[in-house]
Design a binder for this molecule. Structure first.
Ligand code: UDP
Ligand code: MN
Length: 336
């Protein structure tokens, strides 16, 4: 697979450097790197079935900054594009040449964003394969007509993914945020990680210091500690700050990658119809720290209406009954 990357260089001459897997051209203040990697081809070890060794701590295939492009095509085109990586049904991708260190589930809260989803499915797998990560993308779609509840979809995604496999790392990911530097590694450390630190729509920054939205990585153990996420944020806003409060309650701090790595392209979009601003979000945030013990994984209720194991991802449809859910949280609160 040929990768082309560009960066501004501090070197002003003209030089061409050749190595086995790359050609780097320096010209005036430009650096253009052509990297060839064979990750598309199964290695001899894979074909012979002899156990393969653990993936290195740092993948040799990383290229640094890379570009986000809209994908012109259909899901079927993407299925064909990724066939050579031999994903298992439901979209489990594994590096072909080594044994991955973690099992990653990417959870996408989703409704009615087909174009963004196609772009996501086009953009992510090549980067994750370069990072030598084992991953499955779970799209958790909330059925209409109830108001959208992003954090609830994250709880559901976590529980449903664990019914499929023993994932050790979870990345909760907006469908419209596209990483553009592959040094932002999609793996979990022991701390929760806020990955989206240089976001295009905020001039490659974040809106406020404590911002904890967009893309967050959680080892399984931390999600258990925080009782997952709040179930009560119907509508836009607040739920990501609530996540941050939960961490504080259990005495954890999130970490961030350096801003040069945590860069995300974000397409401009209008507000979704079924996701008006949550009017009660400030009230909820005010007592977020108290609710952690009864509003979360231990009180969530939902129905799975359909699980579609597609070739390159898993699409789970969820029916939500707001009244039942709120009652369930209330009941848990009253438990002795
Ligand atoms: N989302 C969705 N459908 C909706 C509303 C939200 O799929 O109707 C998901 C989607 O993953 C999106 C995320 O929730 O990226 C955050 O919502 P939004 O993009 O409106 O937030 P903002 O752009 O304001 O950060
Ligand atoms: Mn958005």
């Amino acid at each position: 697979m040929l990768q082309i990357s560009y960066r501004v260089s501090h070197f002003f001459g003209v030089v061409v450097i050749l190595s086995i897997s790359s050609v780097v051209i320096y010209w005036k203040s430009h650096q253009i790197r052509f990297t060839y990697s064979s990750i598309a081809n199964p290695t001899r070890q894979q074909k012979t079935g002899i156990p393969i060794k653990a993936c290195p701590k740092k993948s040799p295939y990383l290229v640094g900054p890379f570009v986000f492009h809209h994908f012109i095509g259909t899901l079927e085109d993407l299925n064909n594009k990724y066939e050579k990586y031999r994903p298992e049904l439901g979209g489990k991708f594994k590096p072909l040449e080594c044994q991955p260190r973690q099992k990653l589930a990417i959870i996408i809260p989703y409704r009615d964003r087909r174009r963004h989803l196609i772009d996501f499915l086009s953009h992510m797998p090549p980067m994750l394969l370069r990072q030598q990560v084992e991953f499955t993308i779970f799209v958790i779609e909330q059925d209409s007509p109830e108001i959208f509840n992003r954090a609830l979809m994250m709880n559901v995604g976590y529980l449903e993914a664990l019914k499929q496999d023993d994932y050790s790392c979870f990345i909760f990911h907006d469908v419209d945020m596209y990483p553009i530097n592959d040094y932002n590694i999609y793996q979990c450390s022991t701390s929760p990680t806020h990955m989206a630190v240089a976001v295009e729509k905020w001039k490659f920054g974040i809106p406020y210091r404590a911002y904890y939205g967009g893309v967050v990585a959680y080892p399984k153990t931390v999600i258990e500690k925080t009782n997952g996420f709040s179930n009560l944020y119907f509508g836009w806003g607040g739920e990501d700050d609530d996540l941050g409060s939960r961490l504080a309650v259990v005495g954890l701090k999130f970490v961030r990658p350096p801003a040069v790595y945590g860069r995300y392209a974000t397409p401009v979009h209008s507000k979704d119809k079924g996701n008006p601003e949550a009017p009660n979000r400030f009230r909820l945030l005010n007592d977020a720290k108290r609710r952690i013990w009864y509003d979360g994984l231990n009180s969530v209720v939902y129905n799975v209406s359909k699980i579609e194991k597609k070739k390159i991802y898993t699409h789970i449809h969820i029916a939500v009954d707001r009244q039942k859910l709120e009652e369930s949280v209330e009941l848990k609160k009253r438990e002795p």
